[in-house]
Design a protein around this ligand. Structure first.
Ligand SMILES: [Zn+2]
Length: 403
């Protein structure tokens, strides 16, 4: 009896790429190259233009373009794209190599019969997980840089943790952070291909551990959950501007203009004029326009319970008007000093049942938690990360949500 037919994987079918154009062509096409040169695509340059620069004849151009377009969208070649050209003993161009994708190289060469052929080859990629951790003495940024965390990974870390942690105000000296991220390297060139893919983020805040795991849902979307499947995402952001310094908190204060004691019903973030203001959560715009002392003002209704408001704006973003739908993190306006204001800042309010509450202390509801049906699969993800961290003999906070 015959066994099942195993479909060969792409790795078995295609040759493995080589570090030089000549190396691959000698091995795969019995073609020998005298000299190689590399050219990068300039602004507004087409495939034909760069081939002309490499001295290809117009007869060759046509055939090459036809072969290239079988695998690559020639209308979408990016500026700076690298081409390697190979020349024969008579200094005629006889081959070229294009990076088709992160994983594939595409070789086009003239065979013995003088016609052009295309050959795809796999770029071997090494993927490894990297664990980084550190103790925060000043800022998270400095601690992350000291731990060699790539900026794209730090950005990812902050986007996930940013819903539970206020990095400007909540961090204490001695707090800790850790993350696990994936790094892919091109084995041929040794070049790092990507580092942004973070799989786990953890912190210890004043002795309290929290941790979130990346999980690919059955629907294909990426979610971040704590060990119990609780989402890292909150329905509202506490700080809807980047790089903000809290200049006035919620509560009783002497009003900077009137001088009277009055309840300050929001929080003020000191940020330069023009800084983008983000929608703290998804919802529908209720007001976008002038509103007395508030100056240029936006209010979003998120659901039956929650609203957020943004005041003293210098401008309102395109597409933001009464009735418009906005997504969490979307730019809705720009910081300014309109209305009753002493300088550029964002006045931000969270309203619960139409009454202002303190945005810094309110216990915000989480986003969509892990679907029950995916629990087993998710536990495997958790286990994998934990095994990895354990194997590397490092500490894991592998914790739960703060609230
Ligand atoms: Zn204010």
């Amino acid at each position: 009896m015959e066994g099942p037919v195993v479909r060969p994987s792409i790795e078995d079918v295609l040759p493995v790429s080589a570090s030089t154009l000549g190396g691959l062509l000698a091995k795969e096409a019995n073609l020998f190259i005298k000299r190689e040169t590399s050219l990068t695509l300039n602004k507004n340059e087409t495939l034909a233009d760069i081939l002309k620069r490499a001295q290809f004849s117009s007869n060759d151009l046509y055939q090459i373009a036809e072969i290239v377009s079988q695998k690559i969208n020639v209308r979408k070649l990016g500026i700076g794209m690298n081409f390697i050209f190979g020349f024969d003993d008579y200094n005629h161009p006889v081959a070229l190599k294009i990076n088709q994708s992160e994983k594939l190289d595409y070789f086009i060469f003239k065979n013995e019969l003088g016609s052009w052929k295309g050959l795809q080859a796999i770029r071997p990629i090494d993927a490894e997980f990297i664990h980084a951790s550190g103790i925060i003495n000043a800022t998270l940024y400095e601690a992350a840089v000291a731990a060699d965390v790539p900026l794209s990974a730090l950005d990812n870390f902050m986007r996930v943790m940013g819903f539970s942690v206020d990095f400007q105000r909540q961090l204490q000296e001695g707090d800790e952070f850790e993350l696990v991220y994936k790094k892919t390297t091109d084995r041929i060139t040794g070049e790092t291909l990507s580092v942004g893919d973070v799989h786990y983020v953890g912190m210890v805040l004043s002795g309290k551990p929290i941790g979130y795991y990346r999980h690919k849902n059955n629907s294909g979307s990426i979610g971040w959950y704590d060990k119990n499947g609780k989402s890292a995402v909150r329905t509202l952001m506490r700080t809807p501007v980047n790089g903000a310094r809290l200049s006035s908190s919620y509560g009783m204060r002497k009003h900077p203009i009137s001088g009277y004691n009055k309840l300050h019903k929001g929080v003020d973030f000191a940020v330069p004029t023009g800084t983008p203001v983000l929608a703290a959560g998804s919802g529908r715009i209720e007001i976008a326009g002038w509103n007395g002392n508030y100056g240029r003002y936006i209010r979003i209704r998120h659901n039956n319970t929650y609203q957020t408001a943004y005041a003293h704006l210098s401008g309102i973003a395109k597409g933001v008007y009464g009735g418009a739908q906005v997504d969490q993190g979307q730019i809705i306006g720009f910081v300014g000093s309109t209305g009753r204001s002493t300088g550029p800042h964002l006045h931000y309010e969270i309203l619960v049942n139409r009454r202002q509450v303190n945005p810094m202390t309110i216990n915000l509801p989480t986003g969509k938690n892990l679907p029950e049906i995916e629990y087993d699969k998710f536990q495997k993800t958790v286990k994998n990360v934990e095994n990895y961290i354990e194997k590397n003999n490092v500490k894991s906070y592998a914790g739960t949500s703060l609230n």
